[in-house]
Every structure is written in C-alpha cells, then in structure tokens.
Design a protein around this ligand. Structure first.
Ligand code: FEO
Length: 395
C-alpha cells in the first residue's frame, strides 16, 4: 500500500498486523507495528531505511512499483537495527553499488550484522546531501536509542525523518496521527517511551534542544514505527520533553506475586489504605506473574511511587518479581519513591531483599516494608491498611 505523503515523498514500508512480540520476546506489541521506509524522488532519488528481514521480498517488490530500483541513487540508513536494515541485503543484491549514508557507528553495526563490503558514506550532524531541488540534512542522534541512530531532514518539504524517536508500535492502515484513535495512539507512545527511551531521557532533552535550535520548520515527522505526525507534529516532541523530565502522575502502582494469595490480599489492603488517605491518587495493582511486563513498566513510568510485594521463597523472592525488578533497574527511573511488602512462613527475607533492589535502582525508600506471617487475619489487614495510608501520606 505505498502512498505519496507530499511532493514525490513516498511511504514504502510494511504494516505488520501480526506482530505481538518485538525485540525477541522483550516488548509486547499488542497492536502490531509498522516498519516505515521512505522514498524521496527528485533529480536524485533517496531511500530512507528499509523494513524487517521477513518482509524483504515484499519490500523490494513493492519498492520497484514506485521506482525502477536502478534509479535509486542513495540509501540512507538512519539506524542499523534489523527492523530497519533487514531488507538491505535483498535490496543490495539488486543494486550492489548504491552508496549507503549512515553514521560511523551504523557502518560498524551494519558490517557486524551483514558482513558485506557495501559502499558506506559516513555522515555526521550538519552534513548535507543534495537531491536536486531539495537537500537532506543529517543530525546524529546517539542513544536514541542506539549509539548509531541519526535523523535526517528534508528541506523544502520540511520533513523530519526521526527513525525510532517519536514512534510507537501501532499497526494502522490510516498511517497519519489525525486519522487514528487518539487514546490508542497516546497509550502506545507513552508505553514506547517508558520501555525504550527512559534511560536516555537526558539525551532526549539535549537532542530536542539541538534540533529546535536549528530553527527548521517541521511540517511532518516521519518516524520508523507507527503513524506519520502531520497534524500538529510538534505535539509528540512536546510530550517527549514532558516525559524526559522525570515524568510522574498522581499514581501509585502496586506490583506483586503471590503463592497462596496472602501477598495478593496484602496488596489489596494496602491499596485500600492508600485510597483512604487520598481518594485522588490513582492506584493500580498488577500481578507480575500475570500482567504484561511492558504494560507494568508503562504504569511504573506514570507513577510517583511504587510498592513491590512477594512471598518469601527459598530465602528469596518469586521469580516474576525478580524479573520485573530487573526491568525496573535497567530503565533507571528517577524521582520516584518505593516500599516493599510480602507474606512469609518462616525465614521471611523477601521484603528486605526487595527493598535493597529498589534502593539500588534509584528509588527513595519509604520505611522498612511490611511483612505478615502466614495467612493474614483481621489484624494483619488492619496493619496493611495503615501501611498503605502511611506510605501515601509520607511521599
Ligand atoms: Fe525500530 Fe531500534 O529499531
């Protein structure tokens, strides 16, 4: 379904309705995704990125409907990850001498993936490539979200090709931000930021300031995943500035796993305590064993504080809690508070262990946590309610 965006700028990517797991099993894509590739025709023709490897043949066939392949003068590889470079080998089999413009890091990574001696032309911020009546201006964007990432900007039509930045895993035939369900779009954007970009928030702010400083008019932001931003395209840039600033809402998220429901019932009583302290706080509970981990991370991102609970097992914590705590550690959240809780039968180390892990992950720890022996009784539930109340009021 290739289509023209404006003045001989075409979308030539792939909508992947089937995808449910991305980055191996690391990222849940409940609504599929798109791999956006763009073709700019001018005196010279440039192709910007390709698609994921399994769609190589479809991509190359579809591209040849828009342009004879031997008329592609330049290939721009904004990012080496295989969801964007995967079709390069199939394309380069047909046009092996076409130069590939990319950052020095991208050359290394593309060589590492494909072991091909293609004609790499290295570019950095400020370099320009004339297509005839228009130019592509390159802006390196390291760690958004890999060291090799870059953006490019098309003069004349004012289009920023931002690759992964400002994207979302969201399949749609509509392909423009103003034509899709706005709640779904927002939800996928914030999930994407929370799970992929949180550790790089400093770089996000720096890069946005740098690009804004160039004072380039932006009519379209063409990302590599999801919709093209054409209606108020800077709205997503403004959201990124907000999200990169240690974002939080008036929300507390409770994450737990439980063996015989004691820790679950503690979680529910703690939630009751939080609500009784402040009915305006949004409280959400997730079983780390049952809920999708990327959805949980999205909620942690939105929270001002989290509570993490586990039964004690084998002098430690349940594996699903250990798993989500490892995700949380890696994402380096800032400015959030936390506490731990859990039930136990004899040794009861779980709560202390969770507290230590949360502290190492940069959370401000509120109190020593709450342990309850065996199955909670009425008094235990009262303690949980008080614990939740105290947690909410001491933030
Ligand atoms: Fe969409 Fe970093 O690849």
């Amino acid at each position: 379904m290739n289509f023209e965006i404006r003045n001989n700028v075409f979308w030539v990517g792939k909508v992947d309705w089937e995808l449910r797991k991305f980055h191996g099993e690391e990222y849940s894509a409940h609504k599929g995704t798109t791999y956006n590739s763009y073709l700019v025709k001018d005196t010279h023709t440039a192709l910007i990125d390709t698609v994921w490897t399994p769609f190589s043949k479809e991509f190359v066939d579809g591209l040849s409907d828009v342009v004879p392949l031997d008329e592609i003068d330049f290939i721009i590889a904004n990012h080496s990850e295989p969801d964007h470079s995967g079709a390069l080998p199939a394309l380069m089999d047909v046009i092996p001498d076409t130069p590939i413009y990319c950052t020095a890091q991208a050359e290394k990574f593309l060589r590492g993936y494909y072991h091909k001696d293609w004609d790499f032309r290295l570019v950095k911020t400020g370099d320009k490539l004339s297509l005839g009546s228009r130019e592509l201006v390159f802006v390196s964007a390291p760690m958004l979200h890999w060291p090799d990432n870059m953006f490019c900007y098309l003069t004349g039509d004012n289009i920023l090709f931002s690759n992964d930045a400002f994207g979302q895993h969201y399949a749609s035939e509509a392909m423009y931000n103003d034509l899709v369900d706005q709640y779904e779009l927002y939800d996928e954007c914030i999930k994407y930021y929370a799970n992929i970009l949180t550790p790089f928030s400093k770089q996000v702010i720096k890069k946005i300031e740098e690009v804004v400083g160039l004072k380039l008019p932006v009519d379209f932001i063409c990302t590599s995943h999801g919709v093209i931003w054409r209606n108020d395209p800077l709205q997503i840039v403004n959201k990124y500035v907000e999200w990169a600033g240690d974002y939080q809402e008036n929300q507390i998220t409770i994450i737990y796993d439980t063996m015989w429901n004691s820790t679950r019932r503690m979680a529910e009583s703690i939630a009751e305590g939080i609500k009784s302290a402040d009915e305006k706080i949004v409280v959400k509970l997730f079983s780390s064993a049952r809920a999708d981990k990327n959805d949980i991370i999205k909620e942690v991102f939105k929270s001002k504080a989290i509570l993490v609970g586990s039964s004690t097992i084998n002098n430690g914590i349940l594996s699903s809690v250990a798993g989500i705590l490892e995700e949380i550690r890696g994402l380096r959240f800032k400015g959030k508070s936390a506490a731990s809780f859990g039930s136990y039968g004899w040794s009861g180390e779980g709560v202390k262990m969770i507290t230590e892990l949360l502290k190492e992950s940069g959370f401000k720890i509120i109190g020593d946590g709450l342990r309850e022996l065996w199955n909670p009784d009425r008094e235990s539930f009262e303690r949980c309610i008080d614990f939740g109340k105290g947690f909410a009021t001491n933030l």
